[in-house]
Each structure stands twice: as structure tokens, then as C-alpha cells.
Design a protein around this ligand. Sequence first.
Ligand code: PHE
Length: 347
Amino acid sequence: MLERIKSLREKAIQELEALTDSTSLEEWKRSYLGKKGLVTQLLRQIGSLPPEERPKAGEAANLLRDELTQLYEEKASAIKEAERLQAAKAQAIDVTLPGRRPQIGALHPVTQTLREIIEIFSRMGFGVYEGPEVEWDDYNFGLLNIPPEHPARDMWDTLYIAPPYGKEGNMLLRTHTSPDQIRVMELMRPPIRVVVPGRCYRHEATDASHEWMFYQVEGLAVDKGITMAHLKGVLTTFVREMFGKERKVRFRCDYFPFVEPGADMAMDCIVCGGKGCRVCKFTGWLEILGAGMVHPQVLRNVGIDPNIYTGFAFGMGVERIAMLKHKIDDIRYFYANDLRFLKQFRA
Ligand code: PHE
């Protein structure tokens, strides 16, 4: 009997050592220590041995059961640890792999141009003000010397909307940033030097040079002794900062009801240098903004005495400046949200 116990022990230990996974370990446990396991059977047979053999055989069989149980537990925790390590390895991160680059956006070309314009004017001492896109008819037209039924209103056909509940008057989407001349002069007294960027809207059939929504930058300077020379100096400086020191400029008479005299400003064509090409429609000149001396009636409308103060104002289209700067031939690209276009302006 002792011999059988000994060989059973050797066989069990040998098999146990070869095991590497928990499934076969449980199999092993069942076949030795389970209800019908070999060790359990052995223990049952002790009772049928001759009495003189029982104590020794019983002791040896019990020792074997305890030993195998202990070995089983050691093996079980070793396998469990190995399996845990392996699972961790399977989902481990390879820290030597290069990271995924996050997609970083860029400023819209109109925003880039707008910021450039504002920077140039702020170097000349202009502050920045912003007004509402939804505006009173009176600010967009009336206070700018364009009374109802005035034919000049035809220059700016727009989108009218209902006024807020309980308020009287006509509201519209502003057609230009000029109403903010009024708002600025209501807020502060001269000396005033300010630029006003913002969206404008017009009832427009769109084409390569017209959009129903676009940006303008308005400029306003009011002080004692402001003359047309200041207007020309500031705007010539702007054009040369924006488009190059060699640019020539031209001022011609133009009509806007809120300035007197009024002017349009042009620069020599950046494509052909003034010789004439398709971009300048063979004139050699590119018109870039409207301007003029603030009309005395506009000053009176905001309670500024035109006998003491004078001022100049101007308004430019930001998309037009961006188009000239980047040689873009259709304004509709800006708001078509085509990434093939927008990605060319990553700054
Ligand atoms: N507001 C005018 C326009 O949109 C431009 C302008 C501004 C002209 C200021 C003169 C002075 O056409």
C-alpha cells in the first residue's frame, strides 16, 4: 500500500508541474482530489486493510491529500498571476508609437483679412467698436441723412424684420456698418478715432462679386480741424501697408448722402500694375472703398456742432480686400464651406 501511495504521489506531482493553464489544473484537481479522485479512492480503501497496516497507510494517505491540496493551491495562484500578466500584455500600449495628430482648424480667410485691416488701423490710433447686425431703419438710413422715400435707399435694398414686442419702428438687417458711426457718436464725444468691423446684409442676386451677406469695416474720425488731407493720408497709408509700399491711389468724387464731399478710392491694379487687364476691367484701377467728410447734418443729428468739429468716414468690403490680396475671382467661395478652398488659407 505504501508503495502505491508513493507512486501515486510521484505521478500526481509530475503531472501538476507540467500544467500551464487553469482549465487543465481543475481537470487535475478533479482526477486526484475530487469525489471520485484517485486520492479520495485511496483513502476509502484504508478501512479495508488489515488492522496492522491501517495506521501507517492512513497517515501516509492523509499526508498525500494535504500535500497535493497545498501544491494545488500554490499552482493555482501561479497560473492566475501568469494569466493576468498575459491579459495585461495583450492590451498594453506601445509608448514608442508616434501619437495621432489632432486636427487643428484655422482662421477663415475673411477673419484673417479683417484682423490684418484692424491691426493697421490700430497702429494709426484707431479703436474698435462693434454694433448690432439687426438695426433700426433710423440708424441704417434716417440719421445718416437718408429720409424715407429718398431715392438713395435704392442703393441698399435689404431684408426687413418685425421689431421686438412692444417696440415701435422698422427693423432691418443692416446694409452697411455706417449706422455705427451714429452709435459711436452717441456714445462718445470727439476726439473720435474708431473702426467698426461687422456683417452686413443686402437683398442681392448673388454673382462673382456680390453676396447677400458680407463684412465691412467702417472708419470714423471726428475732431477739431479734421480735413480731407487726413482722410487721404490715413487711407493711403492703409493701402500701402496692406498691398505694398509702391501702390498708387486715386480719389474720385462719389455720392453718399452722409458725407460731403464724398469719394471713392481706388489703387493701381495689383495684377497688371495699371496697364489694364481683366481683373481691373482694363481700367488699370481697382475701387476698394467709399469715403468722405462727415456730413454736417449727420453731426447735428447726434448733437455735435459742425461749426466746431469736422470728421471723415470710410467703409470698405472685407471680402473684396481679401479677394485682391489672394487673387480670388469669386466672392461665393468664402461662404460655400468647401474645405478645398478654405485649406489654402491655413495661417
Ligand atoms: N456705407 C457705404 C456703403 O456701404 C460706404 C461709405 C462709408 C461711404 C462711409 C462713405 C463713408 O456703400
